[in-house]
Design a protein around this ligand. Structure first.
Ligand SMILES: [Zn+2]
Length: 122
């Protein structure tokens, strides 16, 4: 049986607890910056040690911890950023080569379509 007081509420969006009389534990704000220069703010408990890297909230690349003055504390982790399939492809082939390959494949596909068997053998 559903509780009548819960009806129409978006669960998880709002807390049913009152904030009255609650003392928040001390928190520290850390900033992380990814290779695309997005800044991600993360709050940790004041006595917790912030990790060197965090996942960027904007592009999910690896973001590195910034010092209070905005400088990067540890540059090393940023080299581990995962490349996209497209970036890896561009390392092996130039854009011109890719255009050429695409044109070749499209031409071959059109020939097969014209024969009416494009979807039967591939
Ligand atoms: Zn980012």
């Amino acid at each position: 049986m559903a509780q009548p007081t819960m009806r129409g509420m978006r669960l998880g969006a709002q807390s049913l607890e009152s904030e009255i009389g609650i003392a928040y534990s001390e928190r520290t704000n850390y900033k992380y910056k990814c290779a695309n220069s997005h800044l991600t703010d993360v709050f940790f408990s004041a006595d917790a040690e912030a990790p060197d890297t965090w996942t960027c909230k904007s592009c999910s690349n690896t973001a590195v911890l910034l010092a209070a003055d905005g400088s990067v504390i540890n540059e090393a982790p940023i080299e581990k950023i995962a490349r996209t399939h497209y970036e890896m492809l561009l390392e092996r082939r130039s854009r011109e080569e890719l255009e050429e390959l695409l044109a070749e494949r499209l031409a071959a596909l059109r020939v097969r379509r014209a024969k009416g068997k494009a979807d039967k053998d591939s």
